[in-house]
Design a protein around this ligand. Structure first.
Ligand SMILES: [Zn+2]
Length: 134
């Protein structure tokens, strides 16, 4: 029997959705702590970067390792079934990522990709030095 009311279910779904944005928010907080000026979700930029450092014109994407195919990452293991389906899907993601990065660069932005597993591992010094050298 379903014991949740519609309202409770709605709240649960919202909480889950919020939780899924955690890596972006964690990174945002870390960057702010290091005195970077950070803006999130500038919707009019190509590919909607997750975080933007407007003063430095750096666009940061927080990529899920699975969907964006983080090389040699244990979170990016390929599914064993429907290989062709997944290969096509991953290839489409990869092409879109490339296209959006190219569009941003053409507008004078530098693009930094941060992987979800890096945020999980809290490799912030590494991430920050990548952003600094961008
Ligand atoms: Zn990864």
């Amino acid at each position: 029997m379903d014991v949740l009311t519609k309202e409770q279910r709605r709240r649960n779904m919202q909480a889950i959705r919020k939780e899924r944005t955690t890596p972006e928010r964690v990174l945002e907080a870390e960057l702010r702590r290091r005195r970077f000026r950070v803006t999130c979700n500038l919707k009019d930029l190509p590919g909607r970067p997750d975080l933007v450092l407007p003063a430095r014109k750096v666009a940061v994407f927080v990529h899920g390792c699975f969907w964006h195919r983080h090389a040699r990452c244990r979170f990016a293991a390929s599914p064993a079934t429907n290989r062709e389906f997944w290969a096509a899907k991953f290839e489409a993601n990869r092409k879109r990522d490339q296209r959006k990065s190219a569009e941003l660069r053409a507008l004078g932005w530098r693009v930094v990709v941060v992987w979800e597993c890096e945020i999980r591992r809290q490799s912030f010094p590494e991430i920050v030095s990548r952003i600094r050298s961008a």
